[in-house]
Ligand binder design. Structure first.
Ligand code: TYD
Length: 206
């Protein structure tokens, strides 16, 4: 086997709520496992041992935006130390539903918080995604997909202007680093979207 294929990879799925991240993440995990890779799937917020407690704090309360931001970052640091870094260290692929770019999109662009990049990097504890897949869908399509959800979070009710800022933030990240960030048009059926995701995983040496 080529050495490149043995390298563990950290792949993040980003996009607005209802973009189909968890569906694509599950498909990617199954595909990688069928190729003999060890894979872990995880998500933010919620992947660490304090994840469910923090989700509850974040989503059940109207917090000051700065406080909310710091809770997302605290959970990220715990998540990296407890789950992501150990998995990468033992050679597993890590597929993560949301990571630092959600903070850039939602807190920085969406809410207008000026968060220094150093602070975002601090919370990552030295880990950096090899690939960030932005699943881009129009807001109306995402809303339609979310209608079936029984328990929408406070974030699911944010308005159109907010999501337009979130979308521009992702677009800007892709424009700035087209190697690490890839946009996929995620409006189509899941299998068609996954064909694009799979091509990106192959590029990474899967
Ligand atoms: P969640 O219920 O996990 O749904 P999904 O990821 O499927 O959209 O909700 C996560 C919410 O948290 C989502 O609206 C984005 C938001 N979020 C932030 O605002 N900042 C962050 O750093 C992260 C990780 C998530």
């Amino acid at each position: 086997m080529a050495p490149r294929a043995l390298k563990p990879r950290f792949v993040v799925f980003e996009g607005i709520d209802g973009a189909g991240k968890s569906t694509q993440l599950a498909k990617a995990a199954a595909w990688l496992r069928a190729r003999g890779r060890e894979v872990i799937t995880t998500h933010e917020p919620g992947g660490s041992s304090i994840g469910s407690a923090l989700r509850e704090l974040i989503f059940a309360h109207e917090l000051a935006p700065e406080a909310e931001l710091l809770l997302f970052l605290a959970e990220r640091a715990a998540h990296v130390r407890e789950v992501i870094a150990p998995a990468l260290a033992r050679g597993a692929w890590v597929l993560c539903d949301r990571f630092t770019d959600s903070t850039r999109a939602y807190q920085v662009a969406g809410r207008g918080l000026a968060v220094p990049e150093d602070v975002l990097a601090f919370a990552e504890c030295g880990v950096r995604p090899d690939l960030v897949v932005w699943l881009d869908v129009p807001l109306a399509a995402a809303r339609a997909r979310m209608q079936g959800r029984s328990n929408p979070s406070r974030f699911d009710t944010l308005d159109e202007a907010f999501f337009a800022r979130v979308r521009s933030a992702y677009a800007e990240l892709v424009a700035r680093d087209a190697q690490r960030y890839r946009r996929i048009d995620a409006a189509g059926p899941p299998d068609a979207v996954f064909a694009h995701v799979r091509a990106l995983l192959e590029e990474l040496g899967a």
